[in-house]
Ligand binder design. Structure first.
Ligand code: SAM
Length: 191
């Protein structure tokens, strides 16, 4: 059954189509590696996965989590640093991006001050868009539950709302009847 109460789960339905044929997949915020492992377990054979995070603890946690992945037909690499730099003009990616995923916010078990920030998130989104294949997809999960998270979400929303309709389908999904402010999913796809 499709999960209709959490953006992180709901986005899996959208990834499915992209993952079936993606050569190059980017996880812009690997954190504890849950998304990265999911992507690794569900991507097509011979796909390449790239994961970024500014915290060594996140890179290590993801490396550890990838021990649960038995795929030998994919390649993956994790890099420590700012996704805005990795997705800029000097990107280490070998191919254009078919799927990029951004799970914003902070590492739940880590330093909450090291959260994603509007300016670098938008620069990274611009970089990902500039490397996106035709009909490639970007998903962004934003967390409006803190003032910083709400400000970042507002900035992301403003940026993606301004993307030209002739080039991208831009949409959103979020639960409507939850007590706390649930994360919101934004979806960008080339057309
Ligand atoms: N996708 C992760 C998972 O499945 O466990 C969760 C990601 S967590 C909500 C957000 C992550 O973004 C944190 O690990 C944080 O260190 C990272 N982060 C914050 N700013 C960043 C930046 N500028 N570049 C790359 N990663 C960043």
């Amino acid at each position: 059954m499709i999960n209709l109460n959490h953006a992180v789960q709901f986005q899996h339905n959208l990834w499915q189509e992209a993952l079936a044929k993606a050569h190059c997949i980017v996880d812009a915020t690997v954190g504890n590696g849950h998304d990265f492992l999911y992507l690794a377990n569900h991507c097509a054979p011979h796909a390449s996965l790239f994961g970024f995070d500014i915290q060594l603890a996140a890179i290590k946690a993801t490396q550890e989590r990838m021990k649960e992945c038995s795929r030998r037909d994919i390649s993956w690499q994790l890099s420590l640093g700012d996704h805005a730099d990795f997705l800029g003009p000097d990107t280490p990616l070998d191919y254009p991006i078919d799927l990029a995923v951004f799970n914003l916010g902070y590492l739940p078990s880590g330093d909450h001050s090291l959260m994603t920030k509007a300016d670098t998130t938008i620069r990274a989104l611009q970089g990902a868009l500039s490397h996106l294949t035709p009909q490639g997809m970007i998903t962004v999960v934003a967390y409006p539950g803190t003032p910083e998270g709400a400000a970042e979400e507002a900035a992301v929303l403003e940026y993606i709302t301004g993307l030209p309709q002739r080039d991208y389908d831009v949409s959103t999904w979020r639960p409507l009847n939850q007590r706390n402010q649930p994360p919101t999913l934004y979806i960008l796809r080339g057309r």
